[in-house]
Design a binder for this molecule. Structure first.
Ligand code: B16
Ligand code: MG
Length: 221
């Protein structure tokens, strides 16, 4: 079915910026404080996952099962460490090709929205200086259902006033590709093929994206 793309929705972490290393250091600090190790391999499981779900996975790794109020305190502590690290973020941390892609969309009259699980998204966009290139921002504070639920992207489409079938989503996590499809959208995987089964199109990073070729590709589907 030919698709005319009228809006572009972007995941944040792993697509526009790489804050995974900061998330990792903060989660590792929490785990170490609780007396167990948390490896980069464990951290892979937290990609694109909400803050509280990330904590649950970490506690599973450590074999701990603390009560709800302690979990809240732990998540708040991890976030405080993470936000401390974000203070050092600058425009130089925008991933290669991300700014150019957002600009290319604007030049073609294609509105853009952020669709991220992070509650820190507005702060990060501000630090990176790319907030003016996004027409709408939907993040963890506007949503109550995590990817692979399509909620974050459906709200993005709604905010931009376009039909879901007219949207393309850029995602680095398998759950995000699933969310895009569940919402009836096209999905471009950003990263390695083995991590992104089902993506309609794949690029190693936005630096490798040819926007016109992508638009033509979806139109020919
Ligand atoms: P926060 P995305 C996600 O961002 C991260 O990939 C994930 O690791 C993190 O746990 C989640 O945001 C929540 O972040 O703790 O800042 O609210 O990939 O959906 O842009
Ligand atoms: Mg991501």
């Amino acid at each position: 079915m030919a698709r005319v793309i009228r809006a572009a929705l972007f995941d944040l972490d792993g697509v526009l910026v790489d804050t995974a290393k900061h998330h990792y250091l903060a989660w590792k600090r929490l785990a170490n404080g609780l007396g167990f190790e948390f490896t980069p391999e464990h951290n892979e499981r937290l990609k694109g996952v909400s803050r509280m779900r990330s904590l649950e996975i970490l506690l599973e790794v450590g074999g701990l099962n603390p009560p709800h109020d302690q979990r809240e305190t732990m998540a708040a502590q991890k976030n405080a460490w993470y936000v401390e690290m974000l203070a050092g973020l600058t425009a130089a941390d925008v991933l290669p090709g991300a700014r150019e892609t957002l600009l290319a969309m604007r030049q073609r009259g294609i509105p853009t929205a952020l669709g991220s699980a992070s509650r820190n998204a507005p702060l990060i966009l501000d630090k990176l200086g790319i907030a003016p290139l996004l027409d709408a921002v939907i993040d963890g504070s506007n949503t109550d259902r995590a990817k692979p639920d399509p909620q974050v992207f459906l709200l993005g489409a709604q905010a931009l006033g376009v039909e879901p079938a007219e949207c393309v989503v850029f995602e680095d996590a398998a759950a995000g590709i699933e969310a895009a499809h569940a919402g009836g959208m096209m999905a471009v995987g950003v990263g390695k093929a083995e991590n992104l089964p089902g993506a309609d199109l794949l690029v190693p990073g936005l630096y490798a994206l040819d926007v016109d070729a992508m638009l033509a590709f979806f139109q020919q589907q």
